[in-house]
Design a protein around this ligand. Structure first.
Ligand code: ADP
Length: 437
């Protein structure tokens, strides 16, 4: 404590003694001592009063209620005021930093749960509440493995080997697939980060199914061809008729594989073309005329093929892609319509859109199959598709090509009566026909 501190109390005591000293000289020692005692009592009372104010304030310290003091106490209270003010400021800074951290954690695209050394929940962000079905207010302090009772999760938590993430399918949230990673930090605490990978898992399942389907589709004809080749090798006396018969059957299977590989290549080309395709003015009446001739040759006279050109407009798009899409619809109509049936190819304008449709009087499709028809390898009747040379990829190709033209595919069908596949193009793709050009 500095020397200047002592000047005040000593000065005050000196002042207090002046009057008793004067009284001593005038009236003797007794009244002087009595006066000194009274003055000292006042001085003591002044300190006690300030001490009481300090004790009171200390019970509920606040920067706005620091007591006013005089003399020595003035300095004490001013120091306290400064201390309290600094503390309030640093508390404000701390809580605003905490708020910023919380809002950053809340904005994170991943779920975050903070666990203590006993795996009890200390805090979690709203996304984690949704993903794990938690409620922070209710579940704070609960054991995480008590709330998530799935064995794979409790094993992961207990294993203490957090290098690899856990792929977790929540039973509380069916259909949701999470990648969970635990990160130890601080004093045996853990940060649990959960990422929604449902979409990635779906794509991965599709990829696995696709590879399995392709392998299966190729293995069947290969087995047939291999079987015939073995038979031919084993036959001692090959006559021309037998050989031709077997070679013919092998040719059929080879053609089937060729179709499959051609469709796979078309699909992969459509999928890998990230950049915009080359757009040209497509003469729709001419293209549909060609498709109708192709339909007739595919039908071999078994069906009546009609062409209805209600519009003469041309279309802005990629001719190769659309020819392949329309070709698949036309060939399906021929393949799924029994002999004597009718197939109508129609080009019209409907509510501003350009609509190309293929209507057949064929076997039709049960309603539950319709939403899945454009999935790769989805077939209503697998053997019928194969017998007629189908690969199960035609509508998937058509859907891809149409999507690249912002067009939609609409399917209407009545089992036993027939189907209509319509492709609807936005108005901005319709352009004037040659006559108007
Ligand atoms: P596929 O090569 O098997 O014909 P697609 O992708 O072209 O493959 O068609 C998928 C399935 O949709 C077919 O297997 C068939 O069951 C059904 N389908 C497609 N077009 C028609 C149609 N015009 N009439 C009846 N069923 C159809």
């Amino acid at each position: 404590m500095s020397v200047s501190f002592w000047w005040r109390p000593l000065g005050a005591l000196g002042l207090l003694s002046v009057l008793p000293l004067v009284l001593w000289a005038a009236a003797g020692a007794l009244p002087a001592l009595a006066l000194l005692a009274i003055l000292l009592l006042f001085y003591l009372f002044h300190h006690l009063r300030n001490l009481k104010a300090l004790a009171f304030w200390l019970r509920k310290p606040d920067v706005g209620t620091v007591p006013d003091g005089s003399g020595l106490w003035e300095e004490v209270f001013s120091v306290l005021y400064q201390l309290e003010r600094r503390q309030t400021d640093s508390q404000k800074n701390l809580s605003s930093a905490l708020e910023r951290f919380q809002s950053a954690a809340e904005a994170m695209p991943d779920g975050i749960v903070m666990l203590n050394s006993s795996d009890q929940i200390e805090w979690c962000n709203p996304l984690a509440e949704v993903q794990f079905g938690l409620n922070l207010k209710r579940d704070r302090g609960q054991w995480m493995n008590y709330l998530i009772r799935q064995a794979q999760f409790t094993d992961y938590l207990a294993a203490h080997n957090y290098r690899e993430p856990l792929i977790f399918k929540s039973s509380r949230n069916p259909g949701l697939v999470l990648s969970i990673q635990l990160i130890p930090f601080g004093d045996e605490q853990k940060l649990l980060i959960s990422r929604d990978i449902t979409h990635i898992e779906r794509v991965e399942t599709m990829r696995r199914d696709f590879v399995a389907n392709v392998s299966h589709e190729l293995s069947t004809p290969l087995t047939v061809v291999g079987g015939f080749l073995e038979t031919l090798v084993d036959m001692e006396h090959l006559d021309g008729a037998h050989t031709r018969h077997y070679l013919g059957l092998m040719l059929d299977q080879t053609t089937r594989m060729q179709h499959l590989v051609k469709d796979l290549l078309t699909l992969s080309k459509l999928e890998s073309m990230l950049t915009a395709h080359r757009e040209e003015k497509i003469d729709m009446p001419r293209l549909l005329g060609q498709l109708s001739v192709e339909a007739q040759s595919l039908s071999g006279g078994r069906h009546q093929v009609l062409l209805d050109l209600s519009s003469e407009r041309w279309l802005l798009g990629n001719e190769d892609e659309l020819r392949s899409a329309f070709g698949n619809l036309v060939s399906n109509a021929v393949r799924y319509t029994p002999e004597g049936g009718e197939i109508v190819l129609k080009w019209e304008e409907w509510e501003g859109e350009g609509v190309f449709s293929v209507q057949d009087s064929g076997i039709g499709i049960e309603p539950q199959h319709i939403p899945r028809l454009t999935e790769r390898f989805y077939r209503v009747d697998r053997s019928r598709s194969r017998e007629t040379g189908g690969t199960g990829l035609g509508l998937a190709i058509a859907k891809h090509a149409l999507t690249r033209h912002q067009a939609r595919l609409e399917i209407e069908s009545v089992p036993g009566k027939g189907s209509t596949f319509s492709t609807c193009f936005p108005a901005r793709r319709l352009i004037a026909g040659q006559a108007d050009n």
